[in-house]
Design a protein around this ligand. Structure first.
Ligand SMILES: Cc1cc2nc3c(=O)[nH]c(=O)nc-3n(C[C@H](O)[C@H](O)[C@H](O)COP(=O)(O)OP(=O)(O)OC[C@H]3O[C@@H](n4cnc5c(N)ncnc54)[C@H](O)[C@@H]3O)c2cc1C
Length: 456
């Protein structure tokens, strides 16, 4: 057994782990980053980046189909799965190379292998032990299934769906959350018949009801079927396809079933509990500084309860690295983390939904909705949607909710408003360029400040 020492040992080289490693090394710490697969983790290799590449291909396909509407001669002749894969993999490979170069340039020691946490801030990889003054756990998450639902063959996780080398004719998607909705959007644009089965009453059920209903309307128009408030009962598969049964007795035949029912924390059999790291329903228990129950052992990213998003993982990694280096960073408030679903139309939000705001502030809540039909740029690009802003009466903006193509890029402004606890009256004088979709947000702020321009 060989023992190696460093100021910081990071277990897991995904968004949270590599961000912590980079920030700690910037602050002068010696860092060992242990990764069993490829640095970049889920987001770069199996999540954010490859799915957004697919969604871009989907967007181009839709534009080609609609080209005549804007006076462009073009005809859609189909999707070339091999070329889509080459495009997607090319982007991932480039980003991966860039990240490897960055870690190297920062002097971070990347160890390839599967790590197991030991007591006294050690991590074992094979016969080697890496002992840090501090250890950060960042082992991420995996695609969950339902009890009795076996994955494999034509029953896919998001990893299997990404790797699919064909465009399916018919797919069933179990789960109407972020991942389910994004794949539904891609496959519909690729020409498939898509059915989403969601046990709750709405698509994207964690979002404001106005966004859920708007997305359901938009998906209906796109020919995506959503079976809401219906539970999955079982699936059988053959060489030819799958048959999905629902608890109402109905069945759906399809080529594939995508199981998109959420992601579980990857914390099993990694020595965490033996090293006095407390788990709660498999998530790592942390305090508000992201310290686990074991001294000098910290946790970041998807293994920490809360929003499972890459930018949250980055931010948590940076936050812990700064604390270890003796700085006093400000804790990341979960409510100021922006959320974007990159379907067509996009769903973007930050802060409280109207229902959450009413739960917290009672009747002292005011909201406004601005329909994108009144926004010139949205009309030009041909998207329907809405902006909804929630404020405390005579108080700050606490929630911004957007639906429409390209609105994901606008959530940054919403985040600034919510994060800075801005009042609509403060924002009303700040003008938005014309014609942009951001004007719709400006209109909502104006309306909440009592001086609507293009709305009644
Ligand atoms: C299909 C899909 C689409 C997504 N799209 C988005 C998006 O658009 N935007 C967004 O913000 N988020 C998105 N996410 C979520 C995002 O990918 C995660 O929130 C993020 O990757 C979490 O970062 P992490 O560092 O906690 O974990 P991960 O990125 O999962 O990294 C954990 C790393 O730890 C390694 N590891 C685990 N155990 C060990 C061990 N014992 N030894 C060594 N290494 C180990 C793993 O190999 C992995 O590389 C998406 C996820 C999926 C699945």
């Amino acid at each position: 057994m060989t023992e190696h020492t460093a100021d910081l040992v990071v277990l897991g080289g995904g968004s949270g782990g590599y961000a912590a490693a980079i920030r700690a090394s910037e602050l002068g710490k010696s860092v060992v980053l242990i990764e069993q697969d490829k640095v970049g983790g889920t987001c770069l290799h199996r999540g954010c980046i490859p799915t957004k590449a697919l969604l871009h291909t989907a967007e181009v396909a839709d534009h080609v189909r609609d080209a005549a509407k804007v006076g462009v001669g073009a005809s859609f002749t189909g999707i070339d799965p091999a070329a889509v894969t080459a495009y997607r993999e090319g982007i991932v490979a480039k980003k991966f190379k860039g990240l490897e170069g960055l870690l190297k340039a920062r002097g971070i020691t990347v160890v390839t292998g599967s790590g197991r946490l030991l007591a006294d801030h050690g991590v074992a990889v094979g016969d080697d032990v890496y002992r840090g003054t501090d250890v950060i756990l960042a082992t991420g998450s995996y695609s969950r299934s339902l009890p009795g639902l076996e994955l494999g063959g034509r029953v896919l996780t998001s990893e299997g769906a990404l790797a699919l080398e064909v465009v399916p004719d018919r797919v069933v998607i179990l789960g109407g959350g972020v991942i389910g909705v994004e794949f539904a959007s891609v496959w519909r644009s690729f020409g498939a018949e898509v059915t989403i089965v969601e046990a709750l009453d709405h698509l994207v059920p964690n979002e404001d009801l106005a966004l859920s209903k708007g997305l359901e309307r938009a998906f209906r128009k796109r020919g995506i079927t959503a079976k809401l408030g219906i539970r999955f009962a079982g699936v059988t598969q053959s060489d030819a396809g799958v048959q999905v049964s629902l608890e109402d007795g109905s069945t759906i035949d399809a080529d594939y079933l995508l199981v998109a029912v959420g992601r579980g924390p990857a914390t099993a059999d990694l020595g965490f509990e033996d090293a006095d790291v407390t788990l709660d329903r498999s998530f790592v228990t942390v305090d508000e500084r992201l310290q686990t129950s074991a001294a000098h052992v910290w946790a970041v990213g998807d293994i920490v309860p809360g929003l499972q998003l890459a930018h949250r993982s980055f931010q948590q990694g940076i936050f812990v690295a700064e604390q270890i280096a003796g700085l006093s960073p400000v804790a990341v408030a979960e409510t100021s983390i922006p959320r974007v679903i990159y379907s067509s139309p996009e769903v973007a939000s930050v802060g409280l939904t109207e229902a959450q705001a009413r739960e917290k502030h009672g009747d002292a809540v005011a909201t406004t909705e601005f329909n994108l039909a009144g926004n010139g740029k949205s009309e030009i690009i041909g998207t329907a949607g809405l902006v909804k802003v929630v404020r405390v009466t005579d108080g700050p903006i606490v929630g911004v909710h957007l639906l429409g193509d390209r609105v994901g890029e606008l959530i940054t402004e919403g985040q600034l408003a919510v994060g800075w606890e801005a009042h609509p009256e403060d924002l009303a004088p700040l003008i938005h360029a014309h014609p942009t979709q951001s004007e719709a947000l400006g209109e909502a702020f104006l309306a909440l400040a009592g001086k609507p321009l293009h709305a009644l």
